[in-house]
Ligand binder design. Structure first.
Ligand code: 5GP
Ligand code: ZN
Length: 114
């Protein structure tokens, strides 16, 4: 039994579970959030099962996750209006799905998350 067994985001990455995919490459997959909190709400995940940002120091991967999220927002036309990229981490960080994911939300004025 590995950490990825029963992980919904591993299933999405492998294609076993369906999701509305918007981008992907050899390291990451991006798909629309099932409960969008804005006109654009996409999650970017590593293909590899990593529980959270607290469980990796892979700076190239972390940079690629955030860069992919920003590129998606910019390509969707939100460069000037702005957008938010964030990674909820652990219990106090409000993380519900224990597979590292970066949110990108755009299209409405967001308040202070704290
Ligand atoms: P967090 O763990 O950062 O709190 O957020 C997890 C996010 O994943 C939530 O915004 C939730 O709507 C989204 N989510 C959870 N399960 C699924 C799923 O099976 N498919 C998709 N597309 N999104 C999901
Ligand atoms: Zn996983």
């Amino acid at each position: 039994m590995s950490a990825s067994d029963g992980c919904i985001f591993c299933s999405i990455a492998s294609g076993e579970a369906t999701a509305d995919r918007v981008a992907e490459d050899d390291r990451v997959v991006a798909f629309k959030d099932a409960h969008p909190r804005g006109p654009l709400h996409v999650l970017v995940i590593p293909r590899e099962h990593i529980t959270s940002l607290a469980d990796t120091d892979d700076e190239p991967l972390i940079g690629h996750l955030f860069a992919t999220a920003a590129r998606i927002a910019k390509e969707a036309g939100y460069t000037d209006r702005g957008f938010r990229v964030f990674a909820n981490t652990g219990a106090d960080g409000g993380q519900l799905v224990p597979h590292l994911h970066v949110h990108v939300v755009a299209g409405r004025r967001l308040g202070d998350p704290a």
